[in-house]
Design a protein around this ligand. Structure first.
Ligand code: GLC
Length: 635
């Protein structure tokens, strides 16, 4: 709709286009607002309507023009050109200026999309890696200044690179100005949070609320002596949950969101958005009101800054994730992008079991995403790896869900001698057996152990696994996101164990510093690191040259009858389709040539493989796939 408006009204100026966008979204904005806050909120709604033009006025002209340009292009985020990397600015190259100096590194690899972990002001001590926010728009000194960010975004725009920053929408730190005012007894700001003088409401909530960080932050409420009240703190005790039943909170956060976008941010990562609405008697995740709030943010942002899109960080059950693209009247009107957390968990499951059965079952079970939406595909991020698997499907395979989850934790967290993985347990609950996994991609995939034991076969296998998993996310459909360092097989970083404020949180093991010394040696040695880097760089280049990898919802899963193989196709009528084939087993597997022939990938008993750029013959009518081999066949 907005694309149409912007193209039809070429002669209209930017303000007219804003008015048109507002008129187009007004009914939905109004319906959402009143559905969340109730019918008697005319004054508040009028205030929102007055605010939108003011927010638009503050948007720099060059971004307003970029917005119109992007509307013209359409779904730019679905392009095969999108290739992401995630990093902590200080762990990468000191600060924002240091990062800017390294833009060439990304260009060389083919990366054009950066997710910088929080760079805003945060408490000095524990701050959850910056996810405790003191001020949504002030840059923490150690990273630099607003000017540095402006310089970075300007250069990124010139290089056609995209920036993603976090919007920690669910909670502020206990040092945010609102929290400070609340602590000082200001009831207006106490209403920005869920605060209670008595324990009865918190106790009632606790009956159903799960614990996010049971080891370090048990319970969901924290007593604040200064205000003699309990405040809801679902994550850490120093992260206060914002009270979105108060429309003032929405208004204030909308202003923060727009300001972030006005700093030149292209994709806003909506952090922990599943938690935005709390309701007693429920687990207070994925509630319909949370979806309505997200849609309201989105509809308003689309009016003010339509070139900025939203990413849903909803690490929830597979069937719930898809709802963050919007359902029913808000279908396609929540987030444009969501983390494909299910695929991530399933890939780790397939590595440990050497089988793809659960992967197939789950992919089939998840409803199709809307056409305009896309995934962030990743094998791991800065957080832990949660076992977001569907128990019902585990059971259908004849496995016991509890036992299976225990096996996965044992496999990855060094509780099985024979396992190549060197991960750590995160938030393990001995009572329930629940737990999550931390570790760098390379360490979880066996490189750390193999290098220690100097076992060449295991080193090779680990390198192959690292390449195979990345090859899957590069080809799957969506934006591939690599964690900085994984492209050179960086191992776990155990230094966090000596740091106060970090040692309780094993996620720091998988947030290593970028190893520029290793990178310097890459040209000289044929090391595992070099093999990983060179192959990933090549895969990225192939992806970018082949528009079939753009996400046009052109993904088809093919069954092979072999439980170790994953086979999917990216189809296109006009472009050359690609068949992605991988073997999760440590023995070679074969694929019947008749399947390849049926799918149209055999010509005179030969097939073309894009990664090796070779044309090969079948062997006695079969295609042999080596352990952890990745093949991209071209039609
Ligand atoms: C998200 C972040 C995670 C953080 C949490 C609380 O899940 O990815 O790092 O701890 O939100 O803000």
């Amino acid at each position: 709709m907005h694309k149409l408006i912007s193209s039809r009204k070429k002669k209209k100026d930017l303000n007219d286009l804003f008015e048109l966008r507002l008129a187009t979204n007004l009914t939905l904005i109004k319906n959402l607002f009143f559905s969340i806050y109730g019918k008697n909120r005319n004054t508040e709604f009028a205030a929102l309507l007055q605010k939108l033009p003011k927010l638009f006025d503050k948007r720099p002209e060059y971004l307003k023009k970029q917005d119109i340009h992007r509307l013209g292009i359409g779904n730019w985020y679905q392009s095969e050109q999108m290739m992401g990397m995630q990093l902590y600015v200080d762990h990468f190259n000191k600060d924002l200026k240091g990062l800017q100096d390294k833009l060439g590194y990304f260009e060389d690899l083919g990366i054009n999309f950066l997710h910088l972990m929080p760079i805003t002001e945060r408490p000095k001590g524990e701050n959850d890696g910056g996810y405790a926010v003191n001020n949504y728009t002030a840059i923490a000194k150690k990273y630099g200044s607003k000017k540095d960010l402006a310089s970075l975004t300007q250069q990124m725009r010139a290089k056609k690179m995209y920036l993603m920053l976090d919007f920690v929408v669910n909670h502020t730190s206990d040092e945010h100005a609102w929290a400070k005012k609340a602590k000082s007894g200001n009831t207006r700001y106490q209403d920005y949070y869920y605060t209670y003088a008595e324990r009865d409401v918190p106790d009632a909530f606790e009956k159903n609320l799960p614990e996010v960080f049971p080891e370090t932050s048990p319970g969901n409420f924290t007593y604040i002596p200064e205000m003699e009240k309990w405040v809801m703190t679902v994550f850490n005790t120093y992260q206060w949950d914002l009270n979105y039943t108060n429309p003032e909170v929405f208004m204030a956060m909308l202003a923060n969101l727009v300001e972030l976008s006005n700093m030149g941010v292209d994709v806003v990562r909506f952090d922990a958005l599943a938690f935005l609405w709390k309701k007693m008697g429920t687990v207070s995740q994925n509630l319909p009101e949370a979806h309505a709030i997200i849609a309201l943010f989105r509809m308003c942002l689309q009016v003010v800054a339509p070139g900025t899109i939203l990413l849903a960080e909803a690490i929830v059950a597979p069937k719930e994730i898809i709802n963050y693209f919007g359902t029913g009247p808000t279908k396609g009107n929540e987030c444009e992008v969501a983390y494909n957390a299910s695929l991530m968990a399933l890939l780790w499951n397939s590595i440990a079991t050497k089988k793809t059965a659960l992967l197939y079952k789950s992919l089939i079970d998840i409803p199709n995403k809307p056409h305009d939406a896309t995934w962030i595909n990743y094998i791991r991020c800065h957080d832990d790896i949660g076992l977001g698997l569907d128990d019902r499907l585990i059971q259908e395979l004849g496995w016991n869900p509890k036992g299976h989850r225990k096996f996965l934790l044992d496999y990855y967290c060094q509780r099985l001698d024979w396992s190549p993985a060197k991960g750590m347990l995160f938030m393990h609950n001995p009572k329930t057996g629940d737990g999550r996994i931390t570790g760098s991609a390379a360490s979880l995939l066996g490189l750390e152990k193999a290098l220690l034991t100097k076992n060449k076969t295991e080193i090779d296998q680990s390198v192959a696994k690292i390449i195979m998993l990345h090859g899957i996310i590069l080809a799957f459909g969506g934006i591939p996101l690599i964690y900085a360092g994984d492209e050179i097989g960086t191992l776990n970083d155990y230094s966090f164990l000596n740091e106060d404020g970090k040692k309780e949180d094993s996620r720091w093991v998988n947030r290593p510093k970028q190893d520029w010394d290793v990178i310097k040696t890459l040209k000289k040695k044929k090391s595992p690191q070099q093999r990983i880097r060179d192959t990933l760089k090549m895969l990225i280049a192939i992806r970018k040259k082949n528009p079939v990898f753009a996400d046009h919802s052109n993904f088809t899963l093919h069954h092979t009858g072999n439980q170790h193989i994953l086979l999917f196709e990216r189809t296109s009528k006009s472009k050359k389709s690609v068949l992605v084939l991988c073997n999760f087993d440590d023995n070679p597997q074969v694929l019947d040539g008749s399947l390849l022939s049926k799918l149209g990938y055999l010509k005179n008993q030969e097939f073309h493989e894009m990664i090796t750029a070779t044309t090969n013959k079948l062997n006695s009518g079969f295609l042999e796939v080596k352990p952890y081999q990745l093949l991209w066949l071209q039609k």
